[in-house]
Ligand binder design. Structure first.
Ligand code: GLA
Length: 733
């Protein structure tokens, strides 16, 4: 289990205690703990019976002293054990959904956590951590609640650390990360469902009394059916620029559970954490369990600002190299599938150079000898280079790539195994399966048991050996295509710890890899966008939103992901899915991280010239797309034309993407679309970019003030004859 580094903690506690004692002396009767960011405050308060209650979440107050009057203003009952508990226990007075539920060593199931003390640590100018210690009054059982706030980004991460000193093991029947309490007249939840190629389908509905649960029981790629992201608007559905809205994501790549309970007082109780389904966690005395972080942001200016909060936080603090560049690439999955050899790949490396992208990404099919990986039925787990396809090893490819002046990357799926593999033959006990029941497969494969340290070493070595043998390797696509059926570990002493320890095992491997290879770009993939969450993105530079690359579908999928994740992390590939022209497909891919997965030699001369130019145009605007602010201008679900723009941080360069999503007669942009995020007083030139060779823009190059562009707007003139239009905006000095 994750153990907190005790030396680090001790030194920190020493530094911060001063804060705490002065605070407590002035507030001896009622401890009030405001946790503030630039715009918001969350207020916790200790009740007369020493329970910790959450009394407020909303805009912060100018006078801190007034936080102590909030509980009275909302007429909150002074119990802290039920509705507004900051970490709701069970088996005592609370009768609502708990955040924590335990079975003590003696079989007793009660828990009543009381406030002991708290510390406030300023980690740097932007980040501070409030840690609150709670303890049961009967059992030697403790929980520390942690709230880490990113002041400028208005983002908070919340998690708990649980431990006990009872005689023997204690079973955690539920062990949530966060327990929030919000007050409004009504609550509007936007959440997502999906399946392969149908990722991120939203539903927005008013929450009624009772509990709405979002969860996953899939084991690995948790969000294939239901991603762990959501938003809740308060009082009315929020729009891009108006309304109060909370975004949340559990940073966990396994089974999660988020309960949203409108309680008898019409307040919203939100409990987020690891799913306790089949996952009672057996905890030894003296050992700490650190739950995953639940990250959230609150905005009173609508969905756009909430997205920008989360995106800038993710770039700065979470995603690997979030402020760095990204590599454009050519992938060979859809152009060759498993059918390639050295010569074909050498040709694709030349195509990579011709296209003008940075890297060639070799996909699935390069490994396995006794059971060659010539389709998805064999070879997974046997990570030796296939001698028939690649007689001169990977070294031949890195060498050829060097000669061609491009980089080289490779696909792996190291957590998985085909039953038809040498790995399975040698180590059947490394495979997750029920010993007494028939095996059941997703894509002909099974999952390796990452709770086992030997398996962790194996998975680490798959990637480490690739780097050791090929120091020029510049990119990894890390796939994960199967869910966990027949959850059983031959290694675990307590089967119910398996689902949770699997993810801790995965993170241990990724921690080791990132310690050794801190910056190498890695794509988080999963046969469709089945594994996107901030727990995993901590180790990756980008993610794969969906195997569905049909561009109209992609507009909708990328749109929904854009609420929660920054554009530079969205791997968008131009493929041959769908009937749209190459311009439309490329324009759609350019709204995130651009890649191609096409047969370059089959492009016409004009198509190739267009793609080459597009790569150059993309580089011109990449600073705005990767690190700038994103503004969704027109939603594809409500308009004929989807429109989104990015403005760089100096507000001097912007790009606006417009796509026709309705094929009905006359559909298009009939009036101007207002731009956002520009400087009103600056003058900007606008011109259409990414034109297909031989076509002329219907938009005249012109110069306007930011004020004009944001008040009146511009009409990109999208219609059935011009289905996608990109407008470049540049400051005139
Ligand atoms: C998954 C990925 C694809 C490709 C294949 C290879 O489906 O999403 O992009 O890598 O695996 O088997």
């Amino acid at each position: 289990m994750n153990k907190v580094n005790s030396t680090y903690l001790l030194s920190r506690v020493a530094i911060v205690f001063l804060f705490m004692s002065s605070f407590l002396i002035t507030k001896a009767q009622s401890v009030v703990i405001p946790i503030e960011s630039k715009q918001n405050a969350m207020v916790l308060q200790v009740t007369s019976e020493k329970r910790l209650a959450m009394v407020y979440m909303g805009n912060k107050l100018s006078d801190k002293n007034e936080y102590s009057s909030i509980a009275k203003a909302f007429r909150l009952k002074d119990n802290g054990s039920g509705y507004n508990s900051a970490y709701t226990g069970s088996g005592t007075r609370n009768l609502l959904e708990p955040a924590i539920s335990v079975t003590h060593t003696d079989g007793n199931k009660s828990l009543d956590l009381k406030y002991i003390n708290h510390t406030i640590t300023k980690l740097n100018d932007d980040v501070s951590l409030v840690s609150i210690n709670l303890k049961d009054s009967v059992y030697d059982f403790e929980v520390t609640l942690n709230y880490q706030t990113y002041f400028n980004e208005n983002v908070t991460e919340q998690w708990s650390v649980i431990k006990h000193h009872e005689k023997h093991e204690v079973v955690l029947n539920k062990y949530a990360s966060a327990n929030l309490y919000l007050q409004a007249d009504s609550y509007w939840l936007r959440h997502y469902h999906g399946e392969w190629a149908k990722e991120m389908r939203p539903e927005e509905e008013q929450l009624t009394h009772g509990i709405k649960t979002l969860d996953s029981k899939l084991g690995t790629r948790a969000d294939l059916f239901e991603p762990p992201v959501f938003m809740v608007s308060l009082n009315r559905p929020s729009t891009e620029d108006e309304g109060e809205v909370l975004y949340g994501n559990l940073e966990w790549s396994g089974n999660y559970r988020i309960d949203l309970e409108v309680d008898p007082s019409n307040d919203l109780r939100l409990i987020a954490g690891i799913n306790n389904y089949a996952a009672d966690y057996v905890l030894k005395p003296g050992v700490e369990v650190t739950t995953p972080k639940f990250v959230y942001t609150l905005s009173d200016k609508g969905k756009g600002e909430a997205s920008r909060n989360l995106q800038s936080w993710a770039r700065k603090y979470k995603i690997v190299d979030g402020n760095g560049p990204r590599l454009t690439l050519l992938n060979n999955w859809e152009s060759t599938y498993f059918n390639f050899d050295e010569n074909k790949l050498a040709g694709i490396l030349k195509d990579t150079k011709e296209l003008g992208v940075d890297l060639f990404l070799l996909d699935d099919g390069w490994f396995g000898n006794k059971y060659p990986r010539n389709d998805d039925r064999a070879g997974l787990g046997d990570w030796e280079v296939n001698k028939t396809k690649l007689p001169d090893d990977i070294a031949f490819l890195t060498k050829t790539a060097n000669e061609d002046g491009v980089k080289f990357g490779i696909w792996v799926e190291p957590e998985m195994v085909n039953p038809k593999s040498e790995l399975y033959e040698k180590h059947p006990d490394w495979v997750v399966k029920q010993p007494q029941r028939p095996e059941y497969y997703m894509r002909n494969q099974l999952v390796l048991d990452l709770t086992n340290p030997k398996v962790q070493d194996f998975v680490f070595n798959v990637v480490d050996n690739l780097f050791k043998k090929n120091p020029d390797l510049a990119y990894i696509k890390w796939d994960c295509n199967s869910v966990i059926y027949n959850a059983y570990s031959a290694y675990e002493g307590h089967q119910s710890n398996f689902y949770t320890d699997y993810v801790f095992g995965l993170y241990r491997v990724l921690d080791r890899l990132r310690a050794k290879y801190p910056k190498v770009p890695m794509m988080l993939c999963s046969g469709g966008g089945g594994r996107v969450d901030y727990g995993a993105l901590k180790y990756f530079t980008e993610y794969w939103p969906s195997d569905n690359t049909e561009p109209v579908e992609r507009i909708f999928i990328q749109w929904e992901y854009s609420y929660f994740y920054p554009a530079l992390a969205s791997s968008n590939h131009v493929t041959n899915w769908g009937k749209q022209p190459i311009k439309f497909r490329t324009d759609v891919a350019m709204m995130g991280k651009l890649g191609f997965d096409i047969v370059v030699s089959k492009l016409s001369a004009d198509e190739l010239a267009f793609c080459q130019e597009a790569v150059k145009t993309y580089k011109q605007f990449s600073e705005a797309i990767w690190h700038g602010d994103q503004y969704r201008l027109q939603n594809p679900r409500e308009n004929d034309v989807a429109s989104i723009m990015y403005v760089d941080t100096t507000k001097s360069t912007a790009i606006m993407f417009n796509y026709l999503v309705n094929t009905r007669y006359g559909a298009g942009t009939n009036s101007p679309i207002r731009l956002k995020g520009l400087e009103p007083d600056k003058r900007y030139s606008i011109s259409e970019v990414n034109l297909f060779p031989g076509t002329k823009s219907t938009i005249q190059d012109a110069t306007y003030t930011g004020d004009f562009l944001m008040t009146v707007g511009i009409n990109p003139d999208v219609h059935e004859g011009r289905t996608s239009v990109l407008i470049g905006v540049k400051e005139q000095k």
